[in-house]
Design a protein around this ligand. Structure first.
Ligand code: NAP
Length: 245
């Protein structure tokens, strides 16, 4: 059997890098997508190869359909058709709602929702045709609970839940699945932007008393991307240290 080919958006660092490495350890071919961090993406490729997989780095802004389609062509040239898509690329622009500009609203929705639409639309036929195709979307605990200063992000992440459940229904007849992972607070650059005082406040609410590591999200994604989750679709795995039980 040929190795699985997996596209991971936003894989130059953080959670996406952890997912790419985890796929590498499973012997997969990995398309390491990113927007602009060339060196960091090259480092992810090295890590995937060291772990035992093969990888290419492909810059593409997920908000731009033309760039996403070019990424698909590169993926096909390098590895053939794609079996697994992980919509992980993400940003935050935190500001409380009464001061939020339309631009701050749009830019966050664009990356999370338009980005997820563009990538899923572009790789849909591959996923549908794959034997055991897998769509895994990265949402967030914030999409369920909301969060002060994150109306844009919470709205986008809540949208990912509805999108995933719908794709699960539409992909089901092809035998492929669509599921979500909803991380809690994970040690990446995204969390590093949060002021220390707020970080301390968040930790008080985490029963396991620590932030998560990207590898702990990657393990959940690996499960949803594998045959081990073959009878699961339209579901969300919450990986959050028990913050909201
Ligand atoms: P991160 O460390 O800031 O990494 C973000 C990644 O997304 C980078 O690879 C970045 O590429 C890429 N990216 C951003 N905008 C992009 C675009 N328009 N097109 C393509 N790639 C783009 O973030 P993270 O913490 O790993 O977050 C990954 C995902 O997990 C996000 O969806 C986030 O919302 C979600 N999440 C994170 C946490 C957390 O606590 N960290 C919790 C819940 C959910 P460049 O470096 O090239 O810009």
């Amino acid at each position: 059997m040929r190795p699985k080919t997996c596209v991971v958006t936003g894989a130059s660092k953080g959670i996406g890098r952890g997912i790419a490495e985890r796929f590498g350890a499973a012997g997969c071919e990995v398309v390491v997508n990113y927007r602009s961090s060339d060196e960091a993406a090259a480092e992810t490729v090295d890590r995937v190869e060291t772990a035992g997989g093969s990888a290419i780095a492909v810059p593409a802004d997920v908000t731009d359909l033309t760039e996403v389609e070019a990424m698909r062509d590169e993926a096909h040239d390098a590895f053939g058709s794609v079996d697994v898509l992980v919509n992980n690329a993400g940003i935050t622009q935190d500001v409380r709602f009464k001061e939020m500009s339309h631009e701050e609203w749009d830019v966050v929705l664009d990356v999370h929702l338009d980005g997820t639409f563009h990538c899923t639309r572009t790789f849909y036929d591959d996923l549908a045709a794959a034997e055991g195709g897998r769509l895994v979307n990265i949402s967030s605990i914030i999409g369920k609970e909301g969060n002060f200063g994150q109306a844009n992000y919470a709205t986008a992440k809540a949208g990912i839940f509805g999108f995933t459940r719908t794709l699960a229904l539409e992909l089901a007849r092809t035998g492929s699945t669509a599921n979500c992972v909803a991380p809690g607070f994970i040690e990446t650059d995204m969390l590093a932007d949060v002021p220390e005082k707020i970080r301390e406040g968040i930790l008080e609410d985490v029963p396991l008393d620590r932030f998560g590591e990207p590898e702990e999200i990657a393990d959940a994604v690996r499960f949803l991307a594998s045959g081990d989750s073959s009878y699961m679709t339209g579901q969300t795995l919450s990986v959050n240290g028990g913050k909201h039980l």
